[in-house]
Design a protein around this ligand. Structure first.
Ligand code: GH3
Ligand code: MG
Ligand code: MG
Length: 315
């Protein structure tokens, strides 16, 4: 069975639109039909779940080939869009032009229902493979969190939005004396501790990445420093309360946290750097604690270590 697909259909003829839409809704696909190509393009821009475009060569306000091209520019590895050009003109030159301008496939107009379904099944096979490859490229296999590269890519997207929207904070955390867990309980138990930590942190519903070994980062859109510190403190308590069953008896562990807030004209690198410096202070101050970075403190040189205004030590 093919999953329900959000299909955008474009043709100047309402009769054709009606016929194609009927074919698609009979297979439970969600269909949005347009006579105007630019309106269709706007719809695809605004609706990230629009996965398939079926367009004729001559919609209103934009040529079909142009629409293929513009739509192709909206697609990315994270947003596959399958484009089918619908044409009664099947000259070789015409097909080549359409494919060169971003179409993935061509079909006659009006399409035969069974052929259309078969082509959509092919599109779905490709899309699901792309989704799986994207997941494998973005997700850390041990913890299920975003890997470093995907975390930074997501962070860049969020930063672009947050510059306009306002508050954003970052939390960096690192397991305390993790090496000892590996040494005393074995690497498998160390892995289990990382999974338990990831489950605890993933519950925050923020963007969470595994930046390296036992170091995670959290981006909190819409949270100021005080809210981020509060969340970090809650996480610190929740992690410290975990009890892992091991052959050598229950294991508990702690994490240290550094928190920073987005400043005017900030960058993701600087935001995380400040959180990292605060994390360093948390380690230095005795571990199992949350430290917040003060706004505006220079990052370079010896003064960096003073970028800390509050330390929450509750041992
Ligand atoms: P600190 O409190 O200063 O952070 O001490 P630490 O022992 O946690 O820090 P250190 O950086 O010395 O050790 C981190 C250890 O994490 C070393 C490495 O072997 C281990 N590690 C990194 N990735 C993994 C992993 O995927 N699984 C396991 N089990 N261990 C890992
Ligand atoms: Mg550590
Ligand atoms: Mg570390």
């Amino acid at each position: 069975m093919v999953d329900v697909v959000h299909v955008v259909v474009v043709d100047p003829s309402r009769l054709v639109l009606k016929a194609v839409s009927r074919m698609l809704t009979q297979r439970d696909h969600r269909v949005h039909a347009f006579v105007d190509g630019r309106e269709a393009l706007e719809h695809i821009k605004l609706n990230q779940d629009a996965e398939v475009l079926i367009t004729s060569t001559e919609p209103v306000s934009i040529s079909g080939v142009e629409l293929c091209w513009e739509t192709r520019l909206l697609a990315s590895y994270r947003r596959p869009i399958h484009i089918i050009l619908m044409s009664s003109n099947d000259s070789e030159a015409h097909l080549i032009q359409a494919l060169d301008c971003g179409a993935d496939d061509c079909i006659g107009k009006p399409p035969a229902a069974q052929e259309l379904y078969a082509r959509l099944r092919g599109a779905e096979r490709l899309a699901s493979m792309q989704r799986e490859l994207t997941r494998l490229a973005e997700v850390d296999s041990l913890t299920g969190l975003l890997n470093r590269r995907a975390f930074f890519a997501r962070a860049q997207d969020i930063c672009a939005r947050s510059i306009a929207a306002g508050a954003m904070s970052a939390v960096m955390l690192d397991v305390d004396h993790f090496k000892r867990i590996n040494d005393d309980y074995g690497h498998d138990v160390g892995d289990e501790a990382l999974r338990a930590l990831a489950r605890t942190v993933a519950g925050t519903r923020a963007v969470v990445g595994r930046l390296g070994g036992e170091e995670l980062a959290i981006l909190l859109e819409g949270s100021d420093l005080a809210a981020a510190v509060e969340l970090a403190e809650r996480l610190r308590e929740n992690v410290a309360a975990l009890r892992l069953k091991t052959e050598k008896g229950p294991l508990s562990f702690t994490c240290s946290f550094g928190v920073s807030e987005w400043l005017q004209d900030d960058t993701i690198d600087r935001l995380l750097k400040r959180a990292d410096l605060a994390l360093y202070e948390a380690k230095h101050g005795g571990r199992n604690r949350v430290v917040a970075a003060e706004a505006g403190i220079p990052l370079d040189g010896a003064a960096a270590g003073s970028a800390v205004i509050r330390a929450f030590a509750r041992q």
